[in-house]
Write a protein that binds this ligand. Structure first.
Ligand code: NAD
Length: 479
């Protein structure tokens, strides 16, 4: 990495570097070595960051939207100019392999540029002689952005870009497990954005709670677990803060008997294990038609054996470690539970005691529907294969969850697949593809997978209030 990326990491408050009153360690999940000392924001520093965002808001929101769009596009330029450093740092702190890091960093560049083409225009909804009703979209003020550790850069950009284009200012808090790229982004943007428009603070969950409960925060845009989402909604209730919540999922994939088994097995592998399955929209329950179950299971296992798990920084590695010890321990517990309950492992299941948070690719053969590996969001490379032979039954099983983030259907008969898709309770259903996202396509969860959406003009609108202005000519009123 270049010198710039190797030096210390500082928070950005009001356009200035800020060191914490204390620090915590960032860990390389592939080696468990300490890689950096991270500033921990005090409550006073959080207050300063919110105050800076509040102070910056009037001037920022008054700027022509074209100027705000240009600066958001420039964020993309900055990331692109430092792409190599960002990719290396992302692998170091998050663990993901090179291909995944490329997807995330260049995806972030694209998102900045594309969101920068979006804007919401005012709309005249009624017009008659002497009277006009016009609906404007006005920004909210200070937005709190809170991100998880699986895609720390891209998910931050999903918040920063629309919030700023819409005219808001932001205080952003990355996950304490993956703060480095976000802190670096804040540092690089000090010369790009006016002071106070984007503040980056780092710290633990307590800092998140201070931020979401701060009296001057008008909206919270959160991506993370459903459990934390619930707490955030509670803390937003007091001041009726707006919230967008992108939460957990336990996505089903339904595989129909007419698929090309070999090709689909490969696609399903990546649908499930991309980013070491630390993916909110990973296919987490594979429902496979009984007619092809054995063949597909074998193809999946065979393909899985060709995939290399290791230190993401090493050449030839496809999948990296689990990002943090907490998640690693949770996965070990799930594996122990599966063993205790006598589940049949087609692959994996044994965690070695080498350094690093490595969980092998694990595939479990038709466990009961109520086993923990099926009912819970594993958020790691433990995949249950489930057998079905009746469409109504499989749809009922797919929907039998409090989650509703995404799903996929795989089959040659596209009409049948579409009919199934329409009956699944999920915000996105892919057919014969998966994980295609776009800045222009709405993404959001049903049920306890979230509230509100990100991306698209509807996502942009979530960073605004409507303001209806009703105008009657005085002369017309007197007539
Ligand atoms: P998490 O909920 O533990 O933490 C997410 C963020 O919230 C972190 O920055 C954390 O410090 C902060 N936080 C924790 N407690 C808080 C509180 N009380 N108040 C305010 N902030 C608080 O989630 P995670 O473990 O980092 O991420 C994994 C989860 O995120 C999975 O469930 C996954 O499905 C979900 N996820 C969802 C999406 C989506 O778009 N729907 C995308 C990625 C991840």
């Amino acid at each position: 990495m270049s010198d710039m990326f190797e030096r210390t990491y500082t928070m950005t408050i009001d356009g200035q570097p800020a060191v914490g009153t204390s620090t915590f360690d960032a860990i390389d999940p592939a080696t468990e070595e300490v890689i950096a000392s991270v500033p921990e924001a005090s409550r006073e520093q959080l207050d300063e960051a919110v105050a800076a965002a509040k102070q910056a808001f009037p001037a920022w929101s008054a700027r022509p939207v074209a100027e705000r769009q240009a600066l958001v596009a420039k964020i993309g330029d900055v990331i692109e100019a430092h792409a190599e450093d960002f990719m290396r740092l992302l692998t170091l702190e998050q663990g993901k392999a090179r291909k995944g890091a490329e997807w995330e960093i260049f995806g972030s560049v694209i998102w900045c540029r594309e969101i920068a083409t979006q804007s919401l225009s005012s709309e005249v909804v009624e017009q008659s002689e002497g009277r006009k009703v016009e609906v404007h979209r006005v920004p909210l003020g200070v937005v709190a952005g809170i991100t998880p550790w699986n895609f720390p850069v891209l998910l931050a950009i999903w918040k920063i870009a629309p919030a700023l284009v819409a005219g808001n200012t932001m205080v952003l808090k990355p996950s304490p497990f993956t703060p480095l790229c976000t802190l670096k982004l804040g540092e690089l943007l000090r010369d790009v954005l006016p002071a106070g428009v984007l503040n980056v603070v780092s710290g633990g969950n307590e800092l998140g709670a201070w931020l979401t409960g701060h009296k001057d925060v008008r909206k919270i845009s959160f991506t993370g677990s459903t459990a934390t989402g619930r707490k955030i909604m509670e803390s937003a209730a007091g001041a009726i803060r707006r919230v967008t919540l992108e939460l957990g999922g336990n996505d089903p994939a339904i595989v129909l008997p007419d698929v090309d088994v070999r090709e689909t097995a490969k696609q399903l592998f990546w649908a499930s294990f991309q980013n070491s399955a630390q993916f909110c929209v990973a296919a987490k329950r594979l429902y496979i038609h009984a007619d092809i179950y054995d063949e597909l299971a074998k193809e999946l296992v065979d393909y899985a054996k060709t995939v290399t798990v290791g230190n993401g920084a090493h050449q030839g590695v496809d999948l990296g470690p689990i990002q943090n010890r907490m998640q690693f321990e949770k996965l070990k517990e799930l594996l122990a539970d599966a063993k205790e309950n006598g589940l049949n492992f087609l692959l994996g299941g044994e965690v070695s005691d080498q350094p690093g948070f490595f969980v092998p690719i694990t595939i479990i053969d038709n466990p009961p529907e109520d086993s923990r590996v099926v009912a819970e969001e594993a958020f790691g490379p433990i995949l249950p294969l489930l057998k079905f032979d009746d469409i109504d039954d499989v749809i009922a099983r797919a929907n039998d969850t409090d989650y509703g983030l995404a799903a996929s259907v795989w089959g040659k008969d596209v009409q049948q697949a579409e009919a199934i898709a329409r009956r699944i309770e999920a915000g996105t259903v892919w057919i014969n593809e998966i994980h295609s996202f776009s800045p222009h396509v709405a993404f959001g969860g049903h049920k306890q997978s979230g509230l509100g959406i990100e991306n698209s003009l509807d996502g942009l609108a979530e960073y605004t209030n409507t303001q209806t202005v009703v105008t009657r000519d005085q002369l017309a009123a007197l007539a």
